[in-house]
Design a protein around this ligand. Structure first.
Ligand code: FE2
Length: 173
Protein backbone atom coordinates (compact mmCIF):
# COMPACT_ATOMS: atom_id res chain seq x y z
CA UNK A 1 0.00 0.00 0.00
CA UNK A 2 1.47 3.35 -0.95
CA UNK A 3 1.67 6.15 1.62
CA UNK A 4 -0.37 9.24 0.66
CA UNK A 5 1.87 12.18 -0.25
CA UNK A 6 1.63 15.25 1.95
CA UNK A 7 2.00 18.12 -0.50
CA UNK A 8 0.79 21.14 1.46
CA UNK A 9 0.99 22.71 4.91
CA UNK A 10 -2.75 22.49 5.56
CA UNK A 11 -2.75 18.75 5.04
CA UNK A 12 0.39 18.35 7.16
CA UNK A 13 -1.09 20.36 10.01
CA UNK A 14 -4.42 18.53 9.91
CA UNK A 15 -2.68 15.15 9.93
CA UNK A 16 -0.31 16.04 12.80
CA UNK A 17 -3.03 17.74 14.84
CA UNK A 18 -5.21 14.68 14.46
CA UNK A 19 -2.53 12.08 15.24
CA UNK A 20 -1.16 13.91 18.30
CA UNK A 21 -4.64 14.42 19.72
CA UNK A 22 -5.64 10.78 19.13
CA UNK A 23 -2.52 9.43 20.85
CA UNK A 24 -3.03 11.76 23.81
CA UNK A 25 -6.55 10.57 24.43
CA UNK A 26 -6.30 6.93 23.39
CA UNK A 27 -2.75 5.96 24.28
CA UNK A 28 -1.23 8.66 26.55
CA UNK A 29 1.63 6.40 27.72
CA UNK A 30 2.97 6.48 24.15
CA UNK A 31 2.73 10.24 23.82
CA UNK A 32 5.83 11.56 22.09
CA UNK A 33 5.94 14.12 19.30
CA UNK A 34 8.25 11.84 17.35
CA UNK A 35 5.06 10.11 16.22
CA UNK A 36 4.60 12.88 13.64
CA UNK A 37 8.20 12.88 12.42
CA UNK A 38 7.42 10.76 9.37
CA UNK A 39 4.56 13.07 8.32
CA UNK A 40 6.95 16.03 8.44
CA UNK A 41 9.51 14.09 6.39
CA UNK A 42 6.77 13.13 3.95
CA UNK A 43 6.01 16.85 3.54
CA UNK A 44 9.71 17.63 3.12
CA UNK A 45 9.93 15.18 0.20
CA UNK A 46 6.59 15.91 -1.44
CA UNK A 47 5.81 19.57 -0.74
CA UNK A 48 5.08 21.91 -3.62
CA UNK A 49 6.81 24.93 -2.06
CA UNK A 50 3.68 26.36 -0.46
CA UNK A 51 5.85 27.40 2.52
CA UNK A 52 7.74 29.93 0.34
CA UNK A 53 5.08 32.59 0.87
CA UNK A 54 5.72 32.57 4.63
CA UNK A 55 9.47 33.07 4.36
CA UNK A 56 10.50 36.30 6.02
CA UNK A 57 12.58 38.80 4.09
CA UNK A 58 14.28 40.37 7.12
CA UNK A 59 18.05 40.78 6.84
CA UNK A 60 19.02 40.06 10.43
CA UNK A 61 17.79 37.89 13.26
CA UNK A 62 15.04 35.35 12.93
CA UNK A 63 11.33 35.67 12.28
CA UNK A 64 8.66 33.30 13.55
CA UNK A 65 5.42 33.20 11.55
CA UNK A 66 2.55 31.25 13.07
CA UNK A 67 0.77 29.31 10.32
CA UNK A 68 -1.88 27.43 12.28
CA UNK A 69 -3.20 27.33 15.82
CA UNK A 70 -6.00 24.99 16.84
CA UNK A 71 -7.41 26.53 20.01
CA UNK A 72 -9.33 23.37 20.80
CA UNK A 73 -6.40 20.90 20.66
CA UNK A 74 -3.66 23.41 21.55
CA UNK A 75 -1.49 22.33 18.61
CA UNK A 76 0.22 25.00 16.52
CA UNK A 77 2.62 25.23 13.60
CA UNK A 78 5.14 27.96 12.72
CA UNK A 79 7.69 28.66 10.05
CA UNK A 80 10.88 30.33 11.22
CA UNK A 81 13.28 32.10 8.86
CA UNK A 82 16.82 32.35 10.22
CA UNK A 83 19.25 34.89 8.78
CA UNK A 84 22.96 33.99 8.84
CA UNK A 85 24.35 34.20 12.39
CA UNK A 86 20.91 34.52 13.99
CA UNK A 87 20.22 32.75 17.25
CA UNK A 88 17.67 32.47 20.04
CA UNK A 89 18.32 33.12 23.69
CA UNK A 90 18.54 30.09 25.91
CA UNK A 91 14.96 29.23 26.71
CA UNK A 92 12.71 26.46 27.91
CA UNK A 93 9.20 25.71 26.68
CA UNK A 94 6.30 25.82 29.07
CA UNK A 95 4.29 23.23 27.16
CA UNK A 96 4.12 19.48 26.54
CA UNK A 97 6.68 19.65 23.75
CA UNK A 98 7.65 20.50 20.24
CA UNK A 99 9.23 19.11 17.10
CA UNK A 100 11.02 20.93 14.30
CA UNK A 101 12.58 20.27 10.92
CA UNK A 102 14.73 22.48 8.71
CA UNK A 103 13.14 22.78 5.25
CA UNK A 104 16.26 24.38 3.82
CA UNK A 105 19.68 24.51 5.49
CA UNK A 106 20.78 23.17 8.86
CA UNK A 107 20.01 24.36 12.40
CA UNK A 108 22.54 24.23 15.21
CA UNK A 109 21.10 23.38 18.58
CA UNK A 110 22.56 23.59 22.06
CA UNK A 111 20.74 21.62 24.72
CA UNK A 112 21.38 22.55 28.31
CA UNK A 113 21.20 19.99 31.05
CA UNK A 114 20.89 20.74 34.76
CA UNK A 115 20.37 24.36 33.88
CA UNK A 116 20.20 26.72 36.79
CA UNK A 117 17.21 28.82 35.77
CA UNK A 118 18.34 31.66 38.01
CA UNK A 119 21.30 32.02 35.68
CA UNK A 120 19.24 31.89 32.49
CA UNK A 121 20.19 35.39 31.42
CA UNK A 122 23.84 35.25 32.35
CA UNK A 123 26.59 34.32 29.96
CA UNK A 124 26.78 30.73 28.81
CA UNK A 125 30.00 30.01 30.67
CA UNK A 126 28.33 30.92 33.96
CA UNK A 127 25.50 28.47 33.59
CA UNK A 128 25.54 25.43 35.78
CA UNK A 129 25.40 22.03 34.17
CA UNK A 130 26.59 21.20 30.69
CA UNK A 131 25.62 21.79 27.15
CA UNK A 132 25.28 19.40 24.23
CA UNK A 133 25.86 20.63 20.66
CA UNK A 134 24.14 19.12 17.67
CA UNK A 135 23.24 19.88 14.09
CA UNK A 136 19.72 19.21 12.86
CA UNK A 137 20.11 18.72 9.14
CA UNK A 138 17.65 19.70 6.43
CA UNK A 139 14.82 17.16 6.23
CA UNK A 140 15.57 15.70 9.69
CA UNK A 141 13.49 16.27 12.80
CA UNK A 142 14.21 16.88 16.45
CA UNK A 143 11.55 16.55 19.13
CA UNK A 144 11.56 17.48 22.80
CA UNK A 145 9.14 17.17 25.64
CA UNK A 146 8.47 19.08 28.86
CA UNK A 147 11.64 17.67 30.43
CA UNK A 148 13.70 19.93 28.15
CA UNK A 149 15.75 21.99 30.55
CA UNK A 150 16.75 24.68 28.10
CA UNK A 151 17.93 25.05 24.54
CA UNK A 152 19.04 27.57 21.98
CA UNK A 153 18.88 27.37 18.21
CA UNK A 154 21.05 29.16 15.67
CA UNK A 155 21.92 29.43 12.01
CA UNK A 156 25.70 29.27 11.88
CA UNK A 157 25.82 29.18 8.09
CA UNK A 158 26.09 31.86 5.41
CA UNK A 159 22.63 31.45 3.92
CA UNK A 160 19.08 31.84 5.20
CA UNK A 161 17.58 28.76 6.83
CA UNK A 162 13.87 27.97 7.14
CA UNK A 163 12.45 25.53 9.64
CA UNK A 164 9.01 24.17 10.40
CA UNK A 165 7.96 23.89 14.06
CA UNK A 166 5.00 22.11 15.59
CA UNK A 167 4.14 22.70 19.24
CA UNK A 168 1.82 21.07 21.69
CA UNK A 169 0.95 24.11 23.80
CA UNK A 170 -0.94 22.19 26.46
CA UNK A 171 0.54 22.03 29.94
CA UNK A 172 -0.55 18.47 30.63
CA UNK A 173 -2.03 15.46 28.88
FE1 FE2 B 1 12.71 26.50 21.58
Amino acid sequence: MSVPRIKDLTKLFMKCNNVITKVKYNDPSNYNLNIISHYMKNYYINNENDWYEYVSMTKTGYKDVELYMDDFTGISMSLITWCPNSFTNIHSHVCLGGIFMPLVGNINQKIYHNLNLNNLFTKEKDIMGYCENMIIKEGKTYSYNNTLNGHSLSNNGNFNVCSLHIYDNNLMI
